[in-house]
Design a protein around this ligand. Structure first.
Ligand code: SF4
Length: 263
């Protein structure tokens, strides 16, 4: 391994802190991605910028004016068709199938996670594993059903070993998510976890700071809560997640139930 320069050490330290904020404490170093080019906090704050180490290929997506001429069903079908058997980023290599997103295309609430896990990769649907069951419970606790909401992820292919999707992978895939948001037009997006929140908002901040507020986001609103997988690891945070969902319900003028009856 090449010795790190002081600047690279500083950048690496910032990146380690970024992932610690996400609850990730194990790291590996890829030989093809020099650490000297690791993200700085400034760069992390603008997630749309590309990494020079792994510049994503330009993403070709259909223009929204064309999609706007279509029904929601046809528009979502067009986005899916545009994704095709996508090989635009390295996540295509080990996935079994693309997990596009699912749910009510007229939903008021759209949940967005970071990416598919093993169960999702196998079934082709988002949030169907243990985390998905917990998300269903969270949705039910709001007095609605999974069929009432739309669910998608920032990246549509499972990162190997369930690692966190890298920034260039998020940059490459997220235009499709943005199109899904444009078509569904939810009244609010609930970002599940720091990866989704940071990618959508372009902010590099702690979950403690990201939660607890309603953001203006692309002609709609956005709130941040914990990812169900994190809540499975630390169930004590479920009460905090419930506060986030109560905030969302109040924002939408929904009746706020007393609280979830089960985990
Ligand atoms: S994660 Fe997104 S951009 Fe990457 S291969 Fe899958 S569909 Fe394509």
């Amino acid at each position: 391994m090449t010795p790190l320069t002081p600047e690279a050490k500083k950048a690496l330290s910032a990146r380690v802190q970024f992932y610690r904020d996400l609850g990730i404490h194990s790291f590996y170093r890829r030989s093809e991605a020099p650490v000297a080019e690791a993200h700085t906090p400034e760069v992390e704050s603008t997630m749309a910028k590309s990494s020079s180490a792994a510049k994503p290929a330009p993403v070709k997506v259909k223009s929204l004016p064309v999609l706007n001429d279509l029904s929601k069903t046809a528009a979502l079908d067009a986005i899916r068709a545009d994704i095709g058997d996508c090989t635009r980023c390295r996540l295509s290599k080990e996935r079994n199938q693309i997990v596009f997103g699912t749910g009510n295309m007229d939903a008021d609430i759209m949940f967005v996670g970071e990416g598919p896990g093993a169960d999702e990769d196998e079934q082709g649907l988002p949030f169907v594993g243990r985390g998905g069951q917990l998300l269903n419970n969270m949705i039910n606790a709001m007095g609605i059903k999974r069929e009432d909401v739309y669910i998608a992820n920032v990246v549509k292919c499972r990162p190997p070993g369930n690692r966190t999707p890298e920034r260039d992978e998020c940059d490459t895939c997220s235009p499709f998510l943005m199109q899904q948001i444009e078509v569904v037009k939810p009244k609010i997006i609930v970002a599940l976890g720091a990866v989704a929140a940071k990618n959508l908002l372009g902010l590099n901040d702690s979950m403690a700071n990201l939660r607890g507020q309603i953001y203006d986001f692309k002609n709609t609103n956005l709130a941040v809560t914990y990812h169900p997988a994190y809540l499975l690891r630390d169930p004590r945070q479920k009460a905090e997640a419930w506060k986030d969902l109560q905030m969302v319900m109040k924002h939408l003028g929904m009746k706020v139930p007393a609280g979830p009856k089960n985990g």
